[in-house]
Design a protein around this ligand. Structure first.
Ligand code: NAD
Length: 443
């Protein structure tokens, strides 16, 4: 099939590539000329396991094209995806300017019937606004072209995006036109062979499904962080509690890890946007407000532990920080808790030596050159002359360090484990002070 994808970010690039991999002819369009030029030369702007070879191969074989030319891109697609960003507006609601700009562009160039598919995470009612924007742009040029607008929210996880896209848990399609639904079912058929993963519904329910999923996941994290903060105060170990509750199949083990707070481009903004939607409809979403408040507090947790250990005397100290990305297997640092930690350490006069397996270029872009930051080439280099180690992201290669060596390297002999990846007794047996999240010994 002929597919057009607006936006070559995490969602657009992965979606376009996976659709090309299945034999479709895909044109990806972006307004970022440098990104498009890079993609045309085989430079992939994001780190996502498995993505680079797929992009390069499909591009070389002519099924995947990158352009800034919106007109030719619109003319190409029978199915046109919108996969552009929906960042938070000043009041926390989703900023729809990019989505509506694409809708306007589609209306300005559409010359034959097409299905417009919204993949961006957008508030309930946005499909109606997209439809109105396309219709208005068509009308302005006196054109009459049939089109449908479908909601098809994306559930891929950064770090697993290719896998999630190739083998989705579910494919939610919100459509009011049976014909458009059939076209999408046909497009997704190669991803849907093992069993039927398509969940068809009305457009508004599809739009809300995405927010409900992210809000539920964020709630699980904040709930566990709340339990961790209680555990810490009553002398319990949240890791024991986690195993204890996860064994109940109604609760389950997934996604109940306490930590230094959730970040990334989705949970923070989507919880906020859903809260705003509720508010706009006269409903106070109390759970969502609490989820957000607990997370904001949790992002300061590591700094609090550090500050307490050093009695607030951080000026002139040096901290090795392992992990800058908001989670492992990505280079994305949007709303990452590492950013809160670094800002607090710097404000207290401390220096940071940081390493992340994939996010170093992103850290360089965000922080620039500073005297109080050294971005090191290896995890070990970050430890040189440092007082203590702080683990912020649970990359696999941080999981089994030589604690004896750490004891030699860290002058204040302390480890702050923001993801509970170490066994406290093992760390302490090496002569290091250990601080985790909710492990009964931090307070
Ligand atoms: P992103 O910021 O990585 O990429 C967005 C891209 O859209 C950028 O390259 C930008 O230049 C481009 N763009 C902006 N305006 C454009 C226009 N008029 N025409 C063409 N391109 C344009 O964003 P993302 O992380 O891919 O997220 C996209 C949407 O998908 C958001 O609504 C997000 O909430 C949602 N989503 C993201 C994830 C994720 O893990 N990142 C997962 C599910 C859903």
């Amino acid at each position: 099939m002929k597919v057009t994808v607006f936006g070559t970010g995490y969602v657009g690039l992965v979606t376009g590539t996976c659709l090309a991999e299945m034999g479709n002819h895909v044109v990806c369009v972006d307004i970022d000329a440098a990104k498009v030029e890079g993609l045309n030369q085989g430079r992939i702007p994001i780190y996502e396991p498995g993505l680079t070879p797929m992009v390069v191969q499909n591009h070389q074989e002519g099924r995947l094209q990158f352009t800034t030319d919106a007109k030719s891109a619109v003319e190409h697609g029978d199915i046109i995806f919108i996969a552009v960003g929906t960042p938070p507006d000043e009041d926390g609601s989703a900023d729809l300017q990019y989505v509506l700009a694409v809708a306007d562009t589609i209306g300005r160039h559409l010359s034959r019937p097409a299905v417009v598919v919204n993949k961006s995470t957008v508030p309930v009612g946005t499909a109606d606004r997209v439809e109105a924007a396309v219709a208005s742009a068509l009308q302005a040029r006196g054109a009459v072209v049939a089109f449908d607008v479908v909601s098809n929210p994306e559930f891929l996880k950064e770090g697993d995006a290719v896998k999630d896209c190739m083998r989705p848990d579910r494919i939610v399609i919100g459509a009011k036109s049976a014909k458009a639904l059939e076209q999408l079912k046909k497009l997704y058929a190669p991803f849907n062979r093992n069993h039927d993963r398509i969940v068809a519904m009305d457009v508004r329910s599809a739009e809300l499904t995405k927010y409900a999923a992210n809000a539920m996941l964020a709630t699980k994290i904040s709930f566990m962080n709340e339990m961790a903060n209680i555990a810490e105060r009553v002398g319990a170990d949240i890791e024991m509690v986690r195993h204890g509750i996860g064994s109940d199949p109604r609760i389950g083990y997934s996604f109940i890890y306490p930590g230094a707070g959730y970040g990334g481009s989705c949970f923070p903004k989507d919880v906020q946007a859903l809260e705003r939607t509720a508010c706009q409809h006269g409903y106070e979403a109390k759970i969502l407000a609490a989820v957000e408040a607990v997370n904001d507090r949790q992002k300061d947790k590591l700094f609090e532990l550090i500050s307490r250990h050093f009695n607030g005397e951080l000026k002139g100290r040096t901290f090795a920080v392992w992990g800058l990305a908001f989670k492992p297997n990505t280079d994305d640092m949007r709303a990452a808790s590492s950013r809160n930690l670094l800002a607090s350490l710097w404000a207290a006069g401390a220096k940071v030596q940081a390493f992340d397996p994939e996010a170093m270029h992103e850290a360089e872009r965000i922080f620039g050159q500073r005297d109080d930051l050294a971005l090191t080439g290896t995890a070990n280099a970050a430890l040189q002359n440092a007082d203590a180690l702080v683990v912020v992201t649970e990359w696999k290669n941080f999981r089994s360090p030589d604690f004896g060596q750490l004891k030699q390297q860290l002058s204040a002999a302390a480890v702050f484990d923001g993801r509970n990846i170490y066994d406290p007794e093992t760390v302490e047996a090496a002569g290091l002070a250990y601080y985790g999240i909710g492990r009964g010994r931090s307070i």
